[in-house]
Design a protein around this ligand. Structure first.
Ligand code: F6P
Length: 376
């Protein structure tokens, strides 16, 4: 049972903490600004917890301490900036915290109770947790332990359920589309096949939306295991019809039928790291078609840069709505976009359900109707 002394559980709010966890996404700073200014308007102090929750676990690691005071001055001029001014980590999950053993092994340890105590010791009365499925699962665990907490959905992959969209996705898709547009001329000039790998660990939203928008010839997503023969045939057919190049967009999590995702490594306390899907496919296409083939990995470029207007606006709306929820006494919920408004859904519903691309959705059907090969 949680201790009754925890200040994040009851009484009026005087100080709130904001945590950004997992991979960064354009719009994080806009959320931070909205949370800080809205909190200030309620007369609350806002602090940023450094690097997920490491600011609570390892405060001595930071020369200025583990918390960053988020005064109105400190959050000025950050709405348009990529990244997160309070830092993030995908290696500090309190439910599976990697702890080095005497024999050198890293073992995953549940440090949630310690975190609850740490929040109380830092006089943090409520938390806004910004993140993807991992961070929202942590938020849900903290809510169950009595911490007053509201989640904000972030991920460029757009794979979170119960919200129409996550912030960061629009920026990633827009930039991927621009990059693929730019590849058309060099592909045509050299009569090449260009394979473009984009992020999308389990869900192919970025590959699908950017691929359709940039008129790719082949789009491969994790939800539809691909048949190499079909891909090769599509490319050959295109050249036979007189085209001088082909563009293939592949999500990093795409896999050949009967094959596996391209995993680079899996460390304790972290999700598996993917890489190599594009290179593997390019080699197979070159072999199968005999055509000059190049691969471009957009990877982390999709996580950087200025958020689009759409992402800025929903990030600001999400941040303000999170504080509004806390002020109204709500906890254990995630802010969700449900146009034209935002609403609140139980964290438990958002955290454990991944939003994959439905293989018969309108955008996949559109792709097929436009003659784009989906690999099957
Ligand atoms: O934000 C999610 C994501 O973009 C995944 O698509 C990708 O696999 C992962 O982040 C990579 O993150 P990192 O290299 O920071 O571990």
């Amino acid at each position: 049972m949680p201790s009754k002394r925890t200040s994040a559980r009851r009484g009026s709010i005087r100080r709130i903490g904001i945590s950004t966890g997992g991979g960064d996404a354009p719009g994080l700073n806009a959320v931070i600004r909205a949370v800080a200014l809205s909190a200030h308007n309620h007369g609350w102090e806002a602090v940023g917890i450094r690097d997920g929750y490491n600011g609570i676990f390892l405060p001595d690691q930071y020369p200025d301490g583990g918390l960053i005071p988020l005064t109105p001055e400190r959050v000025r001029g950050i709405t348009h900036l990529g990244g997160t001014i309070i830092g993030t980590t995908n290696a500090g999950n309190p439910l599976k915290y990697p702890v080095r053993q005497r024999d050198g092994r890293l073992v995953e340890v549940d440090r949630c109770d310690e975190l609850v105590k740490g929040l109380a010791a830092a006089s943090i009365d409520a938390v806004v947790a910004v993140g993807g499925d991992g961070s929202l699962t942590i938020a849900n665990a903290l809510a169950k332990k009595g911490v007053r907490i509201v989640g904000v959905p972030k991920t460029i992959d757009n794979d979170l359920s119960r919200t129409v969209v996550t912030f960061g996705f629009d920026t990633a898709v827009s930039f991927a589309t621009e990059c693929i547009d730019r590849l058309h001329s060099t592909a045509a000039s050299h009569r090449r096949v260009m394979v473009v790998e984009v992020m999308g660990r389990y869900a192919g939203w970025i590959a699908l939306n950017a691929g359709v928008s940039s008129t790719a010839d082949v789009i491969l997503i994790p939800e539809i295991p691909y048949d190499l023969g079909t891909v090769v045939e599509k490319i050959q057919e295109r050249y036979a019809r007189g085209h001088s190049f082909a563009i293939v967009v592949v999500a990093e999590g795409a896999k050949p039928r009967g094959g596996r995702r391209a995993v680079v490594e899996k460390k304790a306390g972290q999700a598996e790291r993917l890489g190599g899907a594009g290179a593997r496919l390019a080699a197979d296409i070159a072999k199968g078609t005999g055509r000059d083939t190049r691969v471009v990995v957009l990877g982390h470029l999709l996580r950087g840069g200025t958020p689009t207007t759409f992402d800025r606006l929903i990030s600001l709306r999400f941040g303000a709505a999170a504080v509004r929820a806390l002020a109204a006494g709500r906890s254990g919920v995630m802010v969700a976009l449900d146009p034209p408004t935002v609403r609140y859904v139980p964290l438990v519903e958002a955290a454990h359900r991944m939003k994959l691309v439905p293989v018969d959705c309108d955008t996949v059907r559109t792709a097929r109707e436009l003659g784009i090969c989906m690999g099957d």
